[in-house]
Design a protein around this ligand. Sequence first.
Ligand code: C2E
Ligand code: CA
Ligand code: CA
Length: 563
Amino acid sequence: MNVDREVRYYQLLEQLLSLTQIVNQKPDVPQIEAVLNEIAAMFRLAKGVTRFFRNPGDEKNDVGERMSSFDTGKECVPVHTVRFVSRFMSITTMTIYMEESETPLTQEEMFKVDLVMRTTLAFISRNRLQVIAEELAFYDDLGFRNIRSFFKYLSWKNRPGDMDGMAALHYNMRHFGLVNDEFGRIGGDEVLRNHYRHIEALIGEDGAIARLGGDAFCCVCAQSDLPEILEYLHEASVPISTGGKMAKVSARAGVFMVPDGFTVNSPDDIMTKIMSSFHVAKTGDQGDIVFYSEMLMSAREKANRIMKMFPIALKDEEFHVYYQPKVNLVTGEICGAEALCRWFHEGKIVPPTEFIPILEECDDICKLDFHILDQVCRHIRKWLDEGRRAVRVSVNLSRRHIVNPELAKTLIDIIDRNGVPHEYIEIELTETTTDVGFRDLKRVVEELQKKHICTSVDDFGMGYSSLNLIRVIPWDVLKIDKNFLPLDEEADDSVRSIMCKYVIAMAKDMGLECIVEGVETPAQLKRLRENGCDEAQGYLFDKPMPLEEFEKRLDMVKYEIPE
Ligand code: C2E
Ligand code: CA
Ligand code: CA
């Protein structure tokens, strides 16, 4: 070997060593390849083949990855092989080839080539293992990047301003169960994958996306890409390979617009913001996409405090039933009552509007409703045992119960355990807007009816009541919301007056019991009587009251109904 070549060889070797020893940084593969190509040419080599086997078994069965380098494409034969076994028992081999007509390597040349091969092999082995470790650590079973990879991404962005102009999102697919029902589990996975790929492409290199599990994802993108991403989340038709079908997918998302100069000291600084705004989005009260703001979060913090306090408050019996009488408009007698929950907390009475919507975000509301039903049953049993007049009491059930296939059974268990005859209980349910909810609602009402437990449609006329709701489901009682009740000064021919009149007439024609809530004035009462309404409930008669007071009302003969 001449001196120039000798010097060049050691220059290249040194370069190779420094290029392959770098840790915690992406290796410069093209540069490494350039060095190897030059060395190969220097030693008259025709080709190099590297194999990687994850374990000795794979090597024995010859299943591994194969990579060729500096391939001249000429006919050649193997001349030397090096094998490297890592601490993890993965095996990397490299074989070099020469044309048969080429001058064979001298012993000294072979030594130099061998050194290069060993250096390269150690590097490839380490690199492959790192990729494999990353695959295991940063991808989930469906091949999506996972939360660890998202945290790692955020931990890179730890200098002030690193996330200027970026937005972070947490989103969940809506009703993804329906997609799984329609396309099967595998089809559902494909929809998730295609949806993810689309967002990944919109985000580009600078952002990140990860799956948190199920149909929940989080991502970081440029604020300039956000409108397009939100539009896709709002509604997307995702292609599916079977039969050229499309799945309609929409999502609910919490978004944090990262302000300029923001520092991500820990991934939590981003996660808490996107999770809490997502929690608000999930309720649907403020739309499907909710942007993080400090104001929103103080409400959120209050909600979190309530959720935390709830199990203790329930155990400590802080929730009490108040009763609001229902009055027969012909006789003036109390014909029933509605059970309404009050929370006695730290010397104050918290009204249900302050905690029920929060408990409805999770299944805690169901525990509360069962607890209230249990109290009501105990009170009715007490009235019966004391020989007092007992009336039918209606109990409110949150919409969240409806999907529970055991609901009717659980309710009946509570009623029977307390020895209460079924005709003393009425269950108030509110209307629903989805088809699935509709089916469940019908099932629950029918199951209760079989056991002679009355059911009523609460708040009729308030939401999206459809006449279908009362045509298809065999309710016993229609509770007309106070919104349908004309105001005192309202003319007889106002839309509200006419609707109120006809809804009452329709309910009666259909054989439904009909009660109007929120009656506050004698004029309203008069109008209801003219319209043939049987029953009413409202401040005109009484506000909801504690048990002892309600018992006194039960003993009272009747309310006065003006002619
Ligand atoms: P809701 O079921 O529509 O109950 C009627 C609400 O109207 C009650 O409010 C009652 O106090 C109020 N109200 C009665 N008469 C009048 C009136 O003449 N004028 C006016 N302006 N309001 C009247 P409350 O007790 O604050 O309950 C609010 C809502 O909280 C209830 O509305 C119900 O949706 C929910 N809620 C109460 N207790 C429970 C419970 O145990 N479980 C569930 N799931 N929800 C409950
Ligand atoms: Ca009610
Ligand atoms: Ca109501």
